[in-house]
Ligand binder design. Sequence first.
Ligand SMILES: [Zn+2]
Ligand SMILES: [Zn+2]
Length: 342
Amino acid sequence: MKALWKEIAGRGLALKETPIPRVGDDEALIKVKVASICGTDLHIYVWNDWAKGRIKPPIIAGHEFAGTVVEVGENVRRVKKGDFVSAETHIYCGHCFQCLIGHPEICENLKILGVDINGAFAEYVAVPEKVLWVNSPTIKEEFASIQEPLGNAVDTVLAEDIAGKTVLLTGAGPIGLLGVGVARAFGATKIIVSDLSDYRLDIAKKMGADVVVNAKSVDVKKIVLDETHGHGVDVGLEFSGSAHALNDLLKSVRPGGRVSLLGLFDNSVSIDFNDDVIFKKIRIYGITGRRIFETWNIVSNLLNSGRLDVSPVITHKFPLEEFGKGMELMETQMSGKVLLIP
Ligand SMILES: [Zn+2]
Ligand SMILES: [Zn+2]
């Protein structure tokens, strides 16, 4: 089969002919129909500091996908040949303390598909049954392939109630854009989106943003105050991983408001805890992974019902061989979600 390998500790990925993986007793073999490039894959491709510390080449990259089960291991019960599946990418152990108390998404022995074990940028991938999610056969393959990041967006937006709330969302990358759609679908009343890319802000409008702000040229906090009768927004959603955006966000949320943080920062960041958090009584949530499988249920309900149309976020599709084009588009921020077809 064709597979996209991280072969060396340096920039790039290599497309190589590779044996089809053998299925373990607790695994299913999946023929990948569509895979989607995540920010994590881009980090692995460009070989940033995070990748240097975390990835041990050689490994097949990629973790967001949809495909069909072609073979199952001896102990597999829940999925069967022919099922149309996607996967929770956080492969939890099931026996550590966090798993025991119902938080497998922050398992102490977490292994991530395409990061710690061979991933989905390939014609076939072997995945443990326990993380497989069986999709409705009516859902479009392209949409099914982005449920993992959509789940991040759902958990970020829905860490608390969003209905009737005013929102500032910083960072209109693919997950942020999905976040705009989720906030819209769940009844946010005003959604303000900031980013540095006009291309992405245009997509934010299509996803339901009421106001878009290019933070390069305008003062985000001033716009937010103008748009909220001087109060600030009820909810701040941080998807960018920019320290500047985080500070804009904390200063734009009203006292008593809520903030969810998903974007990962390159370095430690400095914020004014006294004035921007404590005296404002702001509640801050760190978000990682997805609730397994509660979030997946919400995600598939959103897609199956048509309540959320993710098509504006999916901007490009390439055969697996042309992965370089997709990575370049992601790097220059001239894309939403980029899909790869093995
Ligand atoms: Zn991802
Ligand atoms: Zn565990």
